[in-house]
Structures are given as C-alpha cells and as structure tokens.
Design a protein around this ligand. Structure first.
Ligand code: VGL
Ligand code: ZN
Length: 215
C-alpha cells in the first residue's frame, strides 16, 4: 500500500504561547521545528482551537467557578480553563512566526456546549471536525503530530487517530505540555505509547531526509 503522510500542527496559537491566556510553558519553542519539518511531508494540516465567547470550558462563563476546577457537563468532567482562543480574536491566531501556507486548516471547539481536545471529534464524540474525511479523501495513511498541548490536544488527537486506523507518530521534541498536575505530560506519553503511537524525535525525520539526499 502506498504511504502518504501528513504533518499535523496542533493548536500553535498565540493564546497557548508565552504571553497568551492559556500559555503552555515554552510553547513557542515548537515554532522553528514546525517550520523546518513541513517540507518533509506530503501534506501539512494545521488545527486551531476555535471557541465561541460563551464556550462551556471558560471558567468566567460559570459564576463562581475557578480556573483549574473540574465541573460536570452532561456527565463528563470539564476542566475550567481561562478564556482562550475565542473565534476571530488575536489570541486565536497562529503564532506569528509559524509558516501557515498549509494544505488545510481545521477548527475545533466551535460548539459552545462541548469541549474538543481531539482534532477529530468533540469530547462527546458527537461531531466530526472534518479532519478524518480530509485524510481519507487524500489517501493519507500516516500522520505525524506536533504542537500544543502534549497532555490535551496532542494526546486526544492520537487516541482518535489510532482508533480510526491511522499509523500515528508524535514528534515529541516539537510538542510542549501544560502539566496542570505534575506528571501529566509523562503520563500522556506513556498512554499514547500503550495505544500504539510511535514516539519519535525530529532528528529521525531530518536524518531520513539526509539519507535520501545521499543516494
Ligand atoms: C487545549 C486546553 C483547552 C489544547 C485546548 O490545545 O491542548 N487545552 N483547550
Ligand atoms: Zn480550548
């Protein structure tokens, strides 16, 4: 079977970078790698967390709720996040240094009633974002995931990707995590590995490209 690969840039947005409202520690460090990696893939897809102002995940939409607290929404635990990545706001924009001439942009979290960590489905698995259809329509078999945050959107995107049957890699040095509870990032990595996700580093990609050049 022909291998067609795609690099997926998960949520490399201003609000998830230092200075943003839900800054992932050192989140901006993934940007140079994200740019260098792009030329090595058949397709490049970028996702944007894209919430309406009245989104269920924002603590300030729940009187009395505090950031970091967990509330029950339709029987699912929902972490209260600071307001972030509001549709069309500056914070929802891609990091200004990210190369965004990509093949496809996917928005997630646009339904006010449910959060969406995965780039494929909302957390209740009710609505698809269009990512799976895009991959299938283009014959993409292997996906390489980078971006923010390792312990949320990267992890949940991997869980769905594996369930959908994609060969799934995480380029771990091009990811950064939140670690709301210390150990969350390591647990996410262990979790992804256990599901069959291949955890690699960007060196593997660059070395492979150099070997091809030498022949
Ligand atoms: C994310 C928390 C809330 C992420 C999105 O992109 O990892 N995390 N919304
Ligand atoms: Zn969000």
């Amino acid at each position: 079977m022909t291998v067609i690969n795609a690099l997926i840039l998960v949520d490399i947005q201003k609000d998830f970078c230092p200075g943003g409202s839900l800054a992932v520690p050192a989140g901006d460090e993934v940007v140079p790698l994200a740019n260098e990696l792009q030329e090595h893939f058949d397709y490049v897809i970028a996702t944007q967390d894209w919430h309406p102002s009245d989104h269920v995940s924002f603590a300030d939409n729940h009187p009395g709720a505090k950031v970091g607290e967990v509330i029950d929404v339709h029987g699912l635990p929902q972490i209260m996040w600071p307001r972030h990545c509001v549709q069309d706001s500056a914070g929802a924009e891609f990091h200004p240094d990210l190369d965004t001439i990509v093949d496809k942009v996917i928005h997630k979290g646009a339904d006010k009633t449910v959060d969406s960590y995965s780039a494929f489905f909302d957390n209740e698995h009710q609505r698809a974002t269009g990512l799976a259809d895009y991959l299938t329509e283009n014959g993409i078999t292997d996906i390489f995931i980078i971006g923010l945050a390792t312990d949320y959107c990267v992890k949940y995107t991997c869980i769905d990707a594996i369930a959908l049957g994609f060969k799934t890699y995480v380029i771990i040095d091009a990811c950064r995590g939140i670690d709301l509870n210390p150990g969350d990032v390591q647990a996410a990595i262990d979790n992804m590995k256990a599901l069959g996700v291949k955890i690699i580093t960007s060196k593997t990609i660059f070395d492979f490209a150099n070997q091809l050049k030498a022949v």
